[in-house]
Design a protein. Structure first.
Length: 430
């Protein structure tokens, strides 16, 4: 690699703009630490006239990013557009085919097309770096690829979406409802102003789980249908009841090997207030790795926002500038195996069930009898009457049961007129 390195930044949203500013202000520091002089020779975005905090250099601006490859000599390209397909994919593929190193925070792209893109990078002897795609500023992927390289990892889990974690923490602290707190998160830049659904429905965290699985277990990215739930149905009532039970609600991403099979899931969990994960609040992310011989390792840091993301993007830049050509997933693509999938129906948890019911005799016994019919036994029961409206809230904490039992059991309650809404189910994570 020459001493003068040409960079392109494609995508000038929150992350791309912040990154560009970081590159421009840290040029001297980069040169001091790597001996390389960097020049941004091309930038691209959909709209040149969009209001930005910096002045666009029109001489290096391209509306169509694919034109960059024909006009400029690029060594390293940052892709910060953010979609799994379309122009994002085309730009990354074209760069790799042209023997250009690629750095991206795009977890949607990597979790969907990472296997093929990794092969492309390897065959062209360039780097595809995506540290920023998982857990913002936490160097989790590099930790797995390099720091824990000789360990046999059996489980990776944690809080992987800063937006959801902020909303759940803020609902608990402010006693405001979901929609009010979501607006606050959007104002602060933690949630997308237009459409924050991928943060809320669990799919953002799940894309990260798939990337972590591939790296931790040396497997191809799995394509199995998985259990994915978000936080949209969590009500303030559940957060307050959890608090009384000495529990907190967290959206967890979990990937583990069970009986030599891969199990991946994202869903809200009730965890102890005294647990480590129960005390990770705000936009913080936390990833816990379990392996041998290292035991348990915990990494925590900010997972949302352009600052932490840019930190990881620049760490990838340093890695490339130091001349390391690495396999994107740590080992050669042809050595990464497909793995059998663990049947999610066999997933076992204790459950928190909340029933909103008509307050009349026989309703409670009807619920407990049905639970017993599906071999779900009651560990704890709390009934709170609302005498004014002739209604009641029934909270049931169950002993451990598997997923298929709870699904079949709860579907029965759909047809019961005494059950005023479909029961709320939150799994209790051990």
């Amino acid at each position: 690699m020459n001493n003068i390195i040409n960079l392109a930044v494609v995508g000038l949203g929150q992350i791309g703009s912040y990154l560009l500013n970081e590159i421009n202000t840290k040029k001297k520091d980069i040169e001091l630490k790597t001996g390389k002089k960097i020049n941004v020779v091309a930038i691209s975005a959909k709209n040149i006239n969009k209001k930005r905090k910096f002045k666009i250099n029109k001489k290096i601006f391209y509306k169509n990013p694919l034109k960059i490859f024909k006009i400029k000599k690029i060594d390293i390209l940052f892709e910060a557009i953010g979609a799994s397909d379309g122009i994002s994919k085309k730009v990354v593929e074209t760069a790799l085919k042209n023997k250009i190193h690629v750095i991206t925070p795009n977890k949607a792209l990597i979790s969907k097309h990472g296997d093929n893109l990794a092969k492309l990078a390897e065959s062209n002897n360039v780097n595809l770096e995506f540290e920023a795609s998982v857990a913002g500023g936490i160097p989790i992927l590099r930790t797995i690829k390099e720091g824990l390289v000789t360990n046999k990892i059996s489980k990776v889990y944690g809080i992987l979406n800063g937006t959801s974690n902020y909303i759940l923490s803020e609902m608990r602290d402010s006693k405001d409802n979901f929609s009010k707190v979501l607006k606050k998160a959007q104002k602060l830049g933690y949630a997308e102003p237009g459409n924050p659904k991928f943060d809320l429905n669990g799919l953002d965290a799940f894309a990260k789980v798939r990337i972590l699985s591939a790296l931790a277990f040396n497997t191809k990215i799995s394509k199995h249908k998985c259990l994915v739930e978000g936080i949209e149905k969590i009500e303030l009532k559940d957060i307050e009841i959890a608090n009384q039970l000495n529990l907190r609600i967290k959206l967890l991403g979990i990937s583990e090997i069970i009986n030599n099979q891969l199990f991946e899931t994202v869903h809200p969990c009730l965890v102890s207030k005294n647990s480590y994960i129960g005390n990770v609040s705000g936009v913080m992310n936390a990833v816990i790795l379990e392996g041998k011989p290292v035991g348990k390792s915990i990494l925590q840091g900010e997972g949302a926002g352009p600052g932490p993301t840019s930190s990881s993007l620049l760490s990838d830049l340093f890695s490339i500038l130091r001349g390391d050509i690495k396999k994107p997933f740590g080992i050669p693509s042809n050595k990464r195996k497909s793995i059998k999938y663990y049947n999610a129906n066999n997933y076992v948890n204790s459950l928190y069930l909340r029933f909103e019911v008509n307050d009349r005799s026989g309703v409670l016994s009807k619920i407990t009898n049905r639970l017993a019919l599906y071999k779900i036994s009651v560990k704890r029961l709390i009934q709170t009457p609302d005498k004014k409206n002739n209604k009641a809230t029934i909270i049931i904490i169950t002993h451990k049961t598997d997923e298929i039992n709870s699904k079949k059991c709860l579907s029965v309650f759909k047809k019961d007129k005494d059950i005023l809404k479909y029961p709320t189910l939150i799994r209790i994570y051990n």
